[in-house]
Design a binder for this molecule. Structure first.
Ligand code: LLP
Length: 438
């Protein structure tokens, strides 16, 4: 993936724009993304699978599968970008223009895909708690596939589809019970997790679905977790899913696609996640030459290292035990450190010479958990700009208004141009839906 930033003329730049120019024009805190980095990561992901599958599936090239919906029109892998990682419509639009489909988990995300000009027939709908309204809205919109996560959901969708005289395309989300060795909060493929159904249950659900007049079986789905830095859990999960695919085939249930979810990790600090190529090749080897189309739901790997959070130091507060650099960004802007103890690199926008000190980089929020980085060696002064790195995924999307803090602005850099893709919130917006008692 193209590097997001580089030091040029003693200042950090994203593409050709110095970060101080972003701060001057849009203020801070601001999320800054690179169009080139976003496009490069998408193309890298797509290219890796195209070439990995070309070597293992030569026998299928050119045969294609029957065209039945937006997911099945070619054997090329389909990327369904996981909207939750970063749902800004400019980013969705960028991926849509590159041919991406989308993985959504709410009709709110579906509305964003539509607003961004995404192809609804290339949307898959994941999530354990889809409401009747959500099922109906997504069905009427013509989405590509519902990833069913329980028996109750299967029955609910059948009823909703019958009520509309429609046929809903479905996959069953299988929980393969593999341990992805990531943070427990973002593990999803273990039996103890709420996601998907066990393989035995899946078999039963497929049989039930086959008997439902208003459901059409199109695929199978699995997503085992997030920020995964090993290949083994993926190949294990795929092998388990393939066993099920074979069992289904024996029963005459043919699938058009296999959705292997997302979760590939990125480097925040010193992790060494597999390259996208290695991941693609390992999966392609296990997959072999099967007729189904492969689908993926990558989020973080496409956007995580294509964005940073730009913040300004308000105060330096030295102390007997710790020194604090208090910045104008906080846990409401980037929740990952507080929630997962996550590491994000902190880079001064204009590095200074001098003696470094150890700082905790913290925000103005009234919680001791409001920290962005701990024990970082920095040479900084009040008023300096800091780039909090790798903030493109699950930064803005998990932000809140805690402490009545307006959400940050979002700016896309494209060469030497800057585009405000989301204006900074105004305080008045934050309580506009509230009312006084009579
Ligand atoms: N598909 C499904 C069904 C998912 O639940 C997720 C993420 C993805 C795809 C995309 O996963 P990715 O490729 O981005 O790892 N807030 C956490 C991450 C939560 C991930 C939730 N599901 C964090 O900041 O690390």
């Amino acid at each position: 993936m193209a590097a997001l930033h580089q030091l040029r003329d003693e200042e950090l730049h994203v593409e050709d724009v110095p970060l101080s120019a972003v701060a001057q024009r849009f203020g801070t805190p601001t999320f800054v993304y690179s169009r080139a980095a976003l496009s490069a990561s998408y193309r890298e992901f797509e290219g890796a699978f195209k070439s990995a599958l070309a070597t293992t599936s030569a026998s299928y090239v050119g045969t294609g599968t029957q065209v039945t919906n937006g997911l099945a029109d070619t054997r090329a892998p389909l990327i369904c970008y996981a909207v939750k990682a970063n749902p800004n419509i400019a980013i969705l639009n960028l991926f849509a223009r590159l041919g991406s489909g989308f993985d959504i988990v709410s009709v709110g995300e579906l509305a964003r895909v539509v607003a961004a000009g995404g192809d609804v027939s290339k949307v898959v709908f994941s999530g354990v708690g889809k409401s009747v309204d959500e099922l109906r809205t997504a069905l009427q919109a013509g989405i590509g596939c519902f990833n069913i996560e329980s028996t109750a959901e299967l029955h609910r969708l059948e009823r909703v589809a019958a009520g509309h005289g429609a046929v809903a395309p479905i996959s069953i989300r299988v929980n393969p019970d593999v341990n992805p060795n990531t943070h427990p909060y973002i593990t999803t493929g273990l039996t103890e997790n709420k996601f998907g159904v066990a393989r035995e249950v899946a078999l039963d659900l497929y049989r039930k679905a086959r008997a439902c007049a208003h459901l059409r079986i199109v695929g199978i789905d699995c997503h085992i977790g997030s920020q995964i830095t090993e290949i083994g859990p993926y190949t294990d999960a795929l092998a388990r899913v393939l066993e099920l695919v074979d069992q289904l085939a024996d029963e005459g249930i043919a699938l058009e696609h296999l959705d292997l979810g997302g979760g590939l990790g990125i480097r925040y600090r010193d992790e060494s996640p597999p390259s996208i190529d290695a991941y693609a090749q390992a999966l392609a080897r296990v997959y072999g030459a099967r007729p189904q189309r492969l689908m993926f739901e990558p989020g973080r790997i496409l956007v995580g290292n294509a964005g940073l959070l730009l913040a300004r130091i308000e105060y330096l507060k030295p102390g007997p035990v710790k020194n604090f650099a208090i910045v104008d960004a906080a846990m409401n802007d980037l929740m990952r450190p507080a929630l997962y103890d996550a590491y994000h690199a902190v880079l001064p926008v204009k590095p200074r010479l001098g003696t470094s000190m150890l700082y905790d980089v913290v925000g103005p929020i009234c919680e001791s958990g409001d920290w962005l980085a701990r024990s970082r060696s920095l040479v900084v002064e009040e008023g300096d700009l800091l780039a909090i790195d790798s903030a493109g995924a699950y930064g803005m999307s998990m932000s809140s208004n805690y402490n009545t803090r307006p959400r940050a602005a979002e700016v896309m850099i494209d060469g030497d141009r800057m585009f405000e893709i989301r204006a900074r919130e105004r305080v008045a917006q934050l309580f506009e839906g509230e009312s006084l008692l009579p």
